[in-house]
Design a protein around this ligand. Structure first.
Ligand SMILES: [Zn+2]
Length: 451
């Protein structure tokens, strides 16, 4: 395959970079990735993939933190004039912006690859020392930015799809590409897992660009991912004149502030790493008005499911107590969750072998601590529950600045490296027998993602 792949990559690489830049120019937040997903769907269908989109691949009732209908409609309107995209976009009208594209070549294992496609609420740097600004592909949507590299993930997914559809690629069985929305905030993988999109997969490979590894480095297993729950808490108070009749007010801002300080004073959890953050607080309307509403965005994370659940329970108690202290009402909503899953040695061995043989990759690390959260483990756990094997690996890329920064940018050579790596992974995974030890119904795990 190597020479055919070399030629193919040399011919196609520039287009993949241009496609990445097109995604970068029009970033879309979780569950509103209408243009991104419809662009992918249209191209994948042209390549001969069987493409399913919308509610066929996502369970709407399992979606957390869904944007408003207006936000989704705005994205639908953005592609309405485009004949090629419109039919795909129509399937996404409830925010179900996930896609599954499948190609079959006879009997053999089912190999699933997962690519996340969403952007972040970050205002991209407009200065000329930031390459996307200098070279004219910075975000055209103010306040939104691909500052985690998921534009690169989408471009890699498209490149891999082109190669897999090429007659020169030597794989067999079934390949299934899972393009997942809303990874940020831990929202998109769970509804896709619940729709059963990987239930029969023998293999699942998910990856992330960058994460502290340089171009040419690959880690076969990302470990120490944390379980997390993202919560929105709204305190409802009562407005009153701050000097005239303060006794009639109910101060929601103070309830939020009391909660924030005490949430950060939570005791640590023995035996497992935990993290906690109140990341945003909005309250009040003016200097002389008792604030009647306070909105907190917070998250708890834990190395184990038990540690994260314990921290979430304590957090809810403090929110509740702070509301009572200030005689305020309280609403708490789960906006997203992430999970952890082990990387299977059979899958990491395939990534290591593929990386070792990929030109341009000079260092292969067996395990690398991620520390943050990811929702790919919901898909991994589903594959593992069905007897398949999965890993989450890292494709190094020199970064201009850290993930989620206004100056984030990655080394675009990583796109072709990622395509080569996934191509080799699919060939290796599909060459063996199916891994699954049983093919019964996937066990339902009541602990996973229950809101
Ligand atoms: Zn990311």
């Amino acid at each position: 395959m190597s020479e055919a792949l070399d030629r193919f990559v040399a011919e196609r690489e520039q287009d993949w970079v241009l496609q990445r830049r097109a995604f970068h120019r029009e970033p879309e937040l979780g569950f509103t990735e209408v243009r991104t997903a419809a662009t992918l769907a249209a191209r994948l269908a042209e390549l001969g993939f069987e493409v399913r989109a919308g509610e066929a691949v996502m369970r709407p009732e399992a979606m957390l933190g869904v944007p408003s209908a207006d936000q989704i409609r705005e994205r639908l309107a953005a592609v309405r004039a485009e004949e090629r995209l419109r039919p795909w976009a129509q399937a996404m009208d409830a925010g179900c912006t996930g896609l599954v594209a499948e190609l079959r070549r006879g009997a053999g294992p089912v190999t699933a690859l997962r690519f996340d496609i969403d952007a972040l609420p970050v205002r991209e740097c407009a200065e000329s020392d930031h390459r996307p600004a200098r070279e004219g592909f910075a975000s055209t949507r103010p306040g939104l930015m691909h500052s985690c590299g998921h534009d690169g993930h989408a471009a890699i997914g498209l490149g891999v799809a082109e190669w897999l559809a090429h007659p020169g690629s030597g794989w067999r069985g079934t390949v299934r590409l899972v393009f997942q929305p809303a990874e940020e905030g831990g929202r998109g993988a769970f509804p896709m897992a619940e729709a059963g999109v990987v239930d029969d997969a023998d293999w699942l490979f998910a990856a992330h660009l960058g994460c502290g590894l340089a171009t040419g480095e690959v880690a076969a297993a990302g470990v120490e991912m944390l379980w997390s729950t993202k919560l929105d808490a709204v305190f409802h108070g009562r407005a009153a004149h701050a000097a005239g009749n303060p006794q009639d007010g109910r101060n929601a801002l103070l309830a939020g502030a009391t909660a924030s300080l005490n949430l950060h004073a939570l005791p640590r959890y023995q035996g497992a790493t935990t993290r906690f953050n109140v990341g945003r607080m909005d309250a009040g309307t003016g200097r002389n008005v008792i604030p009647d509403r306070c909105h907190l965005q917070l998250e708890v994370r834990g190395e184990t499911e038990a540690a994260a659940a314990w921290l979430e329970d304590r957090a809810r108690e403090i929110l509740d107590a702070a509301a009572r202290m200030h005689a305020c009402g309280l609403e708490v909503e789960v906006m997203g969750r992430t999970a952890s899953a082990p990387c299977d040695s059979a899958a990491t061995a395939i990534v290591s072998a593929a990386a070792t043989d990929t030109p341009g990759i000079h260092r292969v690390i067996p395990e690398y601590s991620i520390g943050g959260g990811e929702d790919a483990p919901y898909l991994m756990r589903r594959v593992q529950a069905g007897g398949g094997a999965a890993t989450y690996f890292l494709i190094g890329s020199d970064l201009a600045d850290c993930h989620h920064s206004v100056r984030f940018d990655f080394d675009e050579r990583s796109i072709a490296l990622g395509v080569r790596l996934f191509a080799s992974i699919v060939e290796r995974a599909s060459a063996g027998p199916p891994t699954r030890v049983h093919r019964g119904p996937t066990p339902q795990d009541p602990d996973v993602g229950a809101a």
